[in-house]
Design a protein around this ligand. Sequence first.
Ligand code: ADP
Ligand code: MG
Length: 245
Amino acid sequence: MAVDPLIELRGVNKFYGQLHVLQDIDLTVGRGEVVVVIGPSGSGKSTLCRTMNRLETTQSGSILIDGSPLPEEGRALAKLRAEVGMVFQSFNLFAHKTVLANVSLAQIKVRGRKKEEADRRSRELLERVGLAAHADKFPAQMSGGQQQRVAIARALAMDPKALLFDEPTSALDPEMINEVLEVMRQLAREGMTMVVVTHEMGFARSAANRVVFMADGRIVEDRTPEAFFTAPESDRAKDFLSKIL
Ligand code: ADP
Ligand code: MG
């Protein structure tokens, strides 16, 4: 497949003090691709995700988004963060704002939309994630799965080029996991470029174009889900899979 690169990391290294948390990372995410990142706890998955929209700085290497280097700061960085949206394990909604206001806020502040226009777009997106009837509720009145779908709608409201998900279902009760994964599967079908850190192997098998397996700050395998799950090459991946499958 000819890849049209949207996110490119070349020789990226990051340290926390003495800890070499990302080691010579080379990774290309093509437009429309879904890349699932898996690996043991502490292997650097969250750090990798966070470097892609500069929530973390790096010590060396280059990161290009749609052909442009990551901006250092200021308005250009805010714009980048809007273009590469992130969905976290803890939904990070504003507790004192309604669902509608949560989805509209950054549209007004970052995208400069008028409130009416932002609210219209928010209602469309809430409809898309199955929450049209909940626009006037507050986060605490909703289940975890519903709150995470609001967080996804909020990220989509920025018209992102790509979305990063860091364990989006790990904080959810089991019965709510699927409603969030279903929204993500739908986004994948619609061609959204996604990097997803998850322990949901069913999602990796069914929705990923590639599985990236990390261990100790390195990308150890980067292959199709079919190849990875049926015949992992590295001992680290074999060991990891034997523990979780
Ligand atoms: P994962 O998401 O795969 O569990 P992380 O990217 O969160 O891994 O962490 C990778 C390593 O970096 C771990 O050893 C973790 O303890 C360490 N680490 C993460 N964040 C920080 C930080 N802010 N300061 C120091 N060490 C950190
Ligand atoms: Mg993590």
